[in-house]
Design a binder for this molecule. Sequence first.
Ligand SMILES: *Cc1c(COP(=O)(O)O)cnc(C)c1O
Length: 353
Amino acid sequence: MKAWEKNVRNVVPYTPGEQPNRPKMIKLNTNENPYPPAPGVAKALQGLTGDSLRRYPDPAAGVLVRALAEHYGVPEQQVFVGVGSDDVLAMSFLTFFNSGKPILFPDITYSFYDVWADLFRIPYERQPLDENFQIRTEDYCKDCGGIVFPNPNAPTGIEKNLEELEKIIAANPDVIVILDEAYIDFGGTSALSLVPKYDNLLVVQTFSKSRSLAGMRIGFAIGNEKLIKYLEDAKYSFNSYTMSAAALAAGAEAVRDNTYFQETLQKIICTRERTKKELARLGFSYLDSKSNFIFATHPSCPAGELFEALKQEDIYVRYFNKPRISNYLRISIGTDGEMDVLIQFLEEYLRRV
Ligand SMILES: *Cc1c(COP(=O)(O)O)cnc(C)c1O
């Protein structure tokens, strides 16, 4: 080891799902939306002029913040936007988790939390999910440096109800509770209604899943004005122009078209419920997902083998070779046609093995 390496900020990075690009692939591995963004988005992007690209974008991301504030019925001062919710979450860790006490998150959850905690030197304690993969409320009602988890949780897809969430938020008035609602639009109940009541609650959402804009990188947080002000201060100390002109135009347009948004969500929820039934017919069991993916396991066919067999067919799903979940596949919800191909392949494959 070189002497200078002792002073490197050494981190083990997060590994995102693969992004293959093959002509006829069926890509069900990163929870992207199978439908295109709202029609107005393409028009908004075409409308970007030389001037809007030549100049710096609005550092306050005004059009997007206003669209979100209007849509969710909150003051603009309660909205923070970033380059995907990953950026918003990272900025929130940096801003709010500084007490020196360990922050809490589940043992089975979004695998970026421990990476940010390590990057920012934040101590943490993983709280094991119970035997049914549920988050236990009591694990989060104790002295700590802060709390973060997705609701619905990933990769389980299980939602925790608002009443239980409120117990956790109320039990932790001295630290920030971050609820990562990346999948809330697919049938869950958002904790946004609790924001006026609790100044320690930060709700984070993304345009990557429900709004079909993973490629544009847009995420946001809603919380009380003081929290948002602290986030803004951290952001302006890091990079003033986080949101590109393209992201601002596309994002604002996606929020304005609520009809298209609701239609797309309904289609995905419908396909999810249909896919659950088909998987059950093939002998799979799965957790009760309120998200745009299903976490499923088969009693006689190991998940790792299924994952490889599917890949041979250019059908990509996600497999986590980790304790407790190494026999599960996380299958994103695609179009009905894509799910039909998946089910048909699984049916034939299971007959053969
Ligand atoms: C997808 C996802 C995110 C990040 O999404 P962005 O594309 O960065 O907005 C954050 N949290 C969870 C739980 C996710 O699944």
